[in-house]
Design a binder for this molecule. Structure first.
Ligand code: C2E
Ligand code: MG
Ligand code: MG
Length: 604
């Protein structure tokens, strides 16, 4: 017999003990292992209700409660998808009795006295049907449970999705979309105005490199908790604007906003104190009131205010711990910078001929003859006109274009040396400005500026004595030792090296000793009008003397007046460069000047 059937639970209910025994023994012999008997109908009902059976063999005629009443009691508790697996045991097999039993819920009859074969067959059939029903029912229940579990999971997921759609996954703050939407709602309920600030944590890239992603996330979470605490105190809003930029909104305007935003910027530092990082992170911020223009929507006013806060932020140096309020100059500067950046890229790709050099004479103060020149890069843009190198060089440095631009300058400078030799029968030394970034960019690419320069000298067949490189102190501040090594190599090749804008950086005398320089270019700020300012004159004289002691050539930059020339001569400063003698000249004009015999005629 199939195991499931032999283990089926069968209850026989009959007031006649002999019947019970006969049937129980019959079933036992047939291999059924869980057969139970009950003489009392009430006991039977209680038992069934405690734990239902797979089959009920029920005598229909009993003294206290007949079979119909038992079936009615049991059916009353059936689930809607269940039936009562009951076979009626009866001596009366007339139609009326059978119909009444069926009406009461019986599924079959077994006639008394029992025909054993037929009895076992009917029991087996009834059990098969019952077990199949139970199995199907269990499967359906299980299926139903799975469905409801899945539905619950979907609802939960829906909640999760709604949360994720509105929050930043790292910090848990509102994300960009959600915070601007809430801001618009807040604006409608705060006609008194609002102020928004963009607060940025800088140098997280350094933190990422040194400590890993997890540290950055932990730190940003810490900062966001601090920001939220302060902002919540003032019933404002805050959210994540970009990777490490937060948008914070206060529901008021005027002087009261600044101290609150200052606390936010400062909280970047207070958050730092909890960690043992090697990197020092900075906080900076820009803010602007939200001003609702006539006929303007709240959304448009908010958008404009966030942009203004962005301009204010962009006006700050990356590593300053500062907070500034927006003003129009910031927007103009940022837009102009953006324009120059785009045009620079375009010109370098498509019109490199827009870049050319002018040459400013360096004049020997004893003989008043041109002994050299400085090559100064010029950019003549077709619609924007001449753009100053002071404006575009820092952009080229930041955007990595200085490397290509620097090579254009070097090539043009060497070509000019060739031209002087050809057209004047002699050449003077040409000084080329070199940015510290040029060394760095070449190195990052696995190349070296030293090799590039050597190749160019070879290509144009130029003696290195005609080339001087001007490098500023600030350029040497980053990667000092490494750049110094390069300068030594260039010096070793016979190229002169000048320290440009001397006095504007942080140079110390020991620093000067370490540098492989040949020339010191004293910054214009020391020279300008020194003749009329005794303290400045004394400083200038001191610098010239010191340079002489160190065996360096001094070039005074930005000399504009006769008085300054006289003063420099009295200090025995050997060389001067400035508008007094000449502005930077186009190549033709410089060649013309070089061909003039005798002393240079001052331009003024
Ligand atoms: P710098 O190397 O100190 O160049 C001297 C600057 O002072 C030049 O400005 C020059 O025109 C100006 N100047 C010369 N004499 C006088 C004077 O008597 N009075 C006044 N007021 N100014 C005078 P410029 O050409 O605008 O160049 C500015 C800066 O741009 C340069 O300062 C240099 O740092 C940078 N630069 C120019 N060309 C290049 C280049 O090819 N490469 C790099 N990396 N930087 C360059
Ligand atoms: Mg220079
Ligand atoms: Mg200079």
């Amino acid at each position: 017999m199939v195991n499931a059937i032999s283990a089926a639970r069968i209850l026989i209910v009959d007031d006649n003990a002999a019947n019970l025994t006969v049937l129980a023994e019959l079933l036992d012999m047939a291999g059924y292992t869980r057969v139970y008997t009950e003489q009392s109908t009430r006991q039977a009902v209680t038992r069934w209700q405690t734990q239902p059976f797979d089959l009920l063999l029920l005598d229909i005629r009993m003294p206290d409660m007949d079979g119909h009443a038992v079936m009615a009691a049991l059916r009353a508790n059936l689930a809607c998808d269940d039936y009562l697996p009951c076979i009626v045991l009866t001596a009366q097999t007339d139609r009326e009795t059978r119909e009444a039993a069926l009406d009461a819920g019986a599924i079959d009859f077994i006639a008394k006295p029992f025909d054993f074969d037929e009895t076992l067959k009917r029991i087996k059939t009834a059990l098969n049907t019952r077990l199949l029903h139970t199995k199907t029912r269990n499967q359906l229940t299980e299926f139903g449970q799975t469905i409801s579990a899945q539905t619950e999971a979907l609802i939960a997921k829906d909640h999760d999705l709604a949360y994720l759609a509105a929050h930043d996954s790292v910090t848990g703050l509102l994300n960009r979309r959600a915070v601007t939407m809430r801001m618009a709602e807040l604006a409608k309920t705060h006609p008194g105005g609002m102020t928004c600030a963009l607060i940025e944590v800088t140098d997280t890239d350094q933190l990422l490199l040194l400590e890993g992603v997890e540290s950055v996330d932990v730190f940003l979470r810490r900062v966001s908790t601090q920001l939220k605490m302060v902002i919540d105190d003032h019933l404002g809003l805050c959210g994540v604007w970009g990777g490490q930029t937060f948008l914070c909104i206060l529901p008021f305007m005027g002087d009261a906003v600044r101290p609150v935003f200052e606390r936010l910027v400062a909280s970047v530092f207070t958050s730092m104190a909890r960690f043992d990082f090697d990197v020092s992170l900075h906080g900076r911020g820009g803010y602007s009131p939200v001003v609702l223009g006539a006929g303007e929507t709240h959304e448009a006013a908010i958008d404009a205010a966030i942009r203004r806060a962005g301009f204010a932020l962009a006006s700050l140096h990356k590593r300053s711990n500062r907070l500034v309020e927006f003003n129009q100059v910031m927007a103009d500067t940022a837009l102009r910078r953006n324009l120059v950046e785009r045009e620079l890229n375009l010109a370098m790709q498509q019109n490199p001929e827009q870049f050319f050099l002018q040459f400013q004479p360096k004049v020997d103060l004893v003989f008043e003859r041109v002994v050299g020149c400085e090559a100064l890069l010029r950019w003549d843009h077709p619609t924007l006109g001449w753009i100053s190198p002071v404006e575009f060089i820092p952009i080229a440095e930041e955007k990595g274009q200085i490397e290509a631009l620097g090579l254009i300058v070097l090539a043009q400078a060497l070509q000019f040396i060739q031209r002087m030799q050809r057209e004047c029968g002699r050449a003077v030394m040409v000084a080329v400005n070199v940015s510290g970034y040029q060394f760095e960019l070449m190195r990052a690419k696995g190349g070296s500026l030293v090799d590039e320069i050597r190749d160019l000298l070879e290509q144009y067949q130029i003696d290195p004595v005609y080339l001087e490189l001007e490098i500023t102190e600030s350029a040497l501040m980053s990667g000092f030792d490494w750049v110094i090594e390069k300068l030594h190599r260039l010096h070793g090749m016979g190229i002169s090296v000048a320290l440009d804008d001397f006095g504007t950086g942080y140079s110390s005398f020991s620093f000067l000793q370490k540098l492989p320089i040949t020339t010191l270019k004293i910054d214009r700020s020391f020279v300008d009008n020194a003749a009329n300012m005794p303290r400045q004159a004394a400083l200038l004289g001191g610098i010239v003397r010191m340079a002489q002691e160190l065996g360096l050539v001094t070039v005074a930059e930005g000399v504009e007046t006769f008085g300054d020339i006289e003063l420099l001569k009295s200090f025995n400063c050997p060389i001067a460069q400035g508008y007094y003698y000449s502005r930077p000249l186009m190549p033709d004009a410089f060649i013309h000047l070089l061909n003039q015999p005798g002393r240079i005629t001052p331009a003024h």
